[in-house]
Design a protein around this ligand. Structure first.
Ligand code: ZN
Length: 348
């Protein structure tokens, strides 16, 4: 899998590191979805309590008008129904997120930055919020979805549920003063033009009247744009989206790893890779990244020959685009979710 040819892109050189990271996230999501498909990760085995139950459930599957979920809930198979629903919901949300996110990246790379922004509303405000909810309290969300007839009970943008989003984000990423951007404020605040809502108000409406986001007198939002303001909003797109995606890719990887039951080493290597790629986008120098992640404690074992690799050169190449074993010279493209290390057997 290769990164798009840069010469075909209408992106200023200064935004390319962000674009690379955002594309890395896209590739990872695609790899996870392909793996889920290949390994049938959405399936859930059912240990029937009796042959009668097995036949009843098979009949329901044949007769598509009837609801298998409801039958499972009514007949003592709640855990199976929940597990199945959880996996199905997670991968469906991830597909939904990708549909908008990928299109937004493509449109941004063609220079149509305001349409690219407008495509981020649903994935960042709604779809990601359900993924967060699944991570923090999947029992609550799935119970509401399966057993509550009132859709507003789990409508995340409903005023009575909005506080949950903030709580979930705080639980996933406790506020760190050194973080340059508050993930919640960026996605939901209406008090600053340099937020998702601030930009969306202006991309979706010619005139806006909210207190902090008022259209200037004699103006229309984003219609009389000059090169400088388009450039500024393009820069804001790449930087702010990279901050959110650094958070989102870690979250998605954690849920995926729990469903796919991957080895601890595969999980660690991918988490390191995502961090290195994000640090690169955010222009954090290698030496600082090395200390932040404590890379010296973490050799990369070659899946072909077992050699432990831990030189600066290997890590810089790893962060940039590939892993190369210093013994057998096996190369692995790191712009993807790495399953290559799954079969390594460690002698304990
Ligand atoms: Zn090797």
């Amino acid at each position: 899998m290769e990164i798009d040819k840069k010469e075909n892109l209408k992106i200023s050189q200064e935004f390319l590191p962000f674009y690379d990271f955002l594309n890395y996230c896209r590739f990872c999501f695609l790899d996870m979805l392909e793996y889920a498909d290949k390994k049938h990760l959405s399936m859930e085995a059912i240990n029937y309590k009796s042959d009668a139950d097995r036949m009843a459930s098979e009949n329901i599957c044949k007769n598509q008008k009837q609801n298998l979920d409801q039958w499972l809930l009514d007949n003592g198979y709640k855990k199976v129904a929940f597990n199945f629903y959880f996996k199905h919901l997670f991968f469906s949300l991830l597909v939904d997120f990708c549909n908008y996110y990928n299109a937004s990246l493509d449109i941004a790379s063609n220079g149509n930055i305001y349409v690219a922004w407008s495509l981020l509303r649903k994935p960042l405000q709604e779809t990601l919020a359900y993924i967060e909810w699944l991570y923090v309290d999947k029992e609550e969300l799935i119970s509401l979805m399966m057993e509550n007839q009132d859709v507003s009970s789990y409508e995340i943008m409903n005023k009575k549920n909005r506080w949950k989003i903030k709580k979930h984000i705080q639980m996933i990423q406790p506020s760190i003063s050194s973080e340059k951007m508050n993930i919640y404020d960026f996605r939901y605040s209406y008090e600053n033009p340099l937020t998702l809502n601030g930009i969306l108000q202006a991309t979706n409406h010619l005139i806006t009247t909210r207190p902090y986001l008022k259209t200037s007198p004699s103006g229309l939002n984003f219609v009389f744009e000059n090169y400088d303001s388009i450039h500024r909003n393009t820069g804001f797109y790449y930087t702010s989206l990279s901050y959110v995606m650094k958070y989102a890719i870690e979250l998605v990887m954690k849920i995926f790893a729990s469903i796919a039951k991957l080895s601890d080493y595969t999980i660690t290597v991918n988490s390191l890779n995502a961090m290195l790629k994000a640090y690169q986008a955010l222009s954090i120098p290698y030496e600082r990244a090395k200390n932040l992640i404590d890379l010296e404690q973490m050799p990369i074992y070659c899946p072909a020959c077992g050699q432990a690799n831990n030189t600066n050169e290997m890590w810089i190449n790893f962060a940039h685009s590939y892993f190369e074993c210093n013994k057998c010279h096996k190369k692995i493209n790191t712009f993807q979710y790495l399953f290559d290390f799954e079969d390594i057997i460690f002698n304990r």
